[in-house]
Design a protein around this ligand. Structure first.
Ligand code: HGY
Ligand code: MN
Ligand code: MN
Length: 459
């Protein structure tokens, strides 16, 4: 279908979304597009082509984040400060700060086709619609606008997750992240170069951020709500667990002589699952997601099992209590099996509150669209969680059927996706006109005013 007539239409969005879902498609309607694989490159190439053909300037930074930029603030003569958003004395208002909107195109292994990709494609269309609205109205925005595909939000291949946005937000060190390797020993730096996305561009300076994403839970569906707006993100942490036994013959070694890492690891896995029983129902969620057995041969008693456990709660004290309980239980398992088990905390994300003004901005936009909205917390991590450390961020959800995600069964209806694009467009329009730029929620997030953002912009 030719969308020349209306490149930002609902049908053009659905055509784009369902096309991207064919990249890395799996047999059961999922996608497998792990960070920096060929399939990830193909979706990145798609985004670059689509963006450039619609008038965006595409930049790629040193950690592989992609920014499709629109200079909405018109260029002005050197030194003029009458154009809102232009730093005084700048020769070019392209230095005006950017509203960033976006999400991530990478997926989990055998993941869902909506997680992340929906948010990036919705952001591309919302940006196009805002650009068209400004052109029709002749209004002059305060800020520029860029759509982001954040590198490695999922962390399936390169841990930790939410990597690209955390480097951008100053939470992770660039060189450290470039040196992270996958299970095959390939580094992020090598993998970026292998798909030609080892960027050198300066990323746009953010003033505010917005993201729309599938809920990955059941609340909106259960309550028949159109949109969710996130008030806070759960406290989460990972445990790196290294179970070190001794390799031996599964047939010839006496049971009394075995130091079987996998048997001990199995008890650790159960302890991680069962620790939730120490708290109210659903107050804590936990799983061991990654589990690597060495040497993984049918007739060798395993010498090592490396695992990663994920602990999350709305209450930081619950995660910390569960973590302490697990460390005690794991020490007891190691003693009983006469093996060594090393446990390290990592990827700790504190509980963060999104600026209330951003929540209210989303509620107003949804009311204007005649839709329903409810406030909620996010259990899953998102790039907005990282960005909320740097600028005022707005995080919104559309419903997930059955609440499933990170699996091929993940599903959101076309109608729900389109409603989300409309709401993101409305919120983005407010942000480029200056909303939220001066917000301070005081509690755990200190906002950056427009003046601070302008002064930080290098010309
Ligand atoms: O870490 C997370 O929760 C996200 O799904 N990557
Ligand atoms: Mn996601
Ligand atoms: Mn995810």
């Amino acid at each position: 279908m030719n969308h020349q007539a209306d490149p930002s239409s609902d049908s053009a969005f659905l055509t784009a979304f369902h096309h991207v879902a064919t990249i890395g498609a799996t047999d059961n309607n999922g996608v497998d597009r792990q960070a920096l694989t060929l399939e990830d490159k193909q979706t990145r190439d798609w985004m670059r082509t689509w963006a450039e053909s619609n008038g965006f300037e595409v930049r790629v930074d040193a950690i592989g984040n992609m920014f499709a930029c629109l200079q909405l603030v018109p260029a002005a003569s050197a030194g003029s400060a009458d154009v809102p958003g232009s730093p005084v004395g700048s020769a070019d208002t392209s230095a005006a700060p950017y509203v960033l909107i976006g999400s991530h195109l990478d997926s989990q292994p055998l993941g869902g086709r909506f997680d992340g990709a929906y948010g990036v494609i919705a952001a591309l269309f919302a940006a196009l619609r805002v650009k068209e609205e400004l052109a029709e109205s002749g209004q002059r925005p305060t800020f520029n606008l860029a759509v982001v595909n954040w590198f490695n939000e999922e962390g399936g291949r390169f841990a930790p997750s939410i990597m690209g946005s955390s480097v951008y937000a100053g939470l992770f060190d660039l060189e450290e992240m470039l040196a992270v390797t996958d299970l095959a020993g390939t580094s992020v730096a090598e993998a970026l170069a292998a798909i030609d996305y080892d960027g050198t561009d300066t990323p746009p300076e953010a003033i505010t951020y917005a993201e729309i994403h599938i809920e990955q839970g059941r609340i909106l569906e259960r309550e028949a709500m159109d949109i969710g707006v996130v008030e806070s993100s759960w406290y989460t942490q990972k445990l790196d667990i290294d179970v070190l036994g001794e390799q031996s013959h599964t047939g010839a070694t006496a049971m009394a002589d075995r130091h079987d890492a996998l048997v001990a690891a199995a008890k650790v896995v159960l302890a991680v699952a069962e620790v939730v029983g120490e708290f109210d129902d659903e107050a804590l969620v936990s799983s061991v997601g990654q589990h690597v057995v060495e040497p993984n041969s049918p007739i060798v008693v395993p010498r090592r099992v490396h695992m990663v456990a994920d602990l999350r709660s709305s209450d930081p004290a619950i995660v910390q209590t569960a973590r302490d309980s697990l460390r005690r239980q794991i020490a007891e398992i190691a003693r009983a099996h006469d093996i060594t088990i090393n446990v390290e905390d990592f990827d700790i994300r504190d509980k963060r509150h999104f600026p209330p003004e951003g929540v209210e901005l989303a509620e107003k936009a949804v009311a204007n669209e005649g839709l329903s909205i409810r406030r909620l917390e996010t259990m899953a991590g998102h790039d907005s969680v990282a960005m909320n450390h740097r600028v005022p961020a707005v995080m919104m959800f559309v419903p997930s059927v059955d609440g499933v995600s990170h699996c091929e069964r993940e599903f959101t209806t076309d109608e729900d996706m389109l409603r989300g694009v409309r709401v993101l467009t409305s919120v983005t329009g407010e942000l480029v006109r200056g909303q939220l730029a001066d917000v301070r929620d005081g509690e755990v997030w200190v906002g950056r005013s427009v003046a601070e953002a302008r002064s930080s912009v290098t010309v």
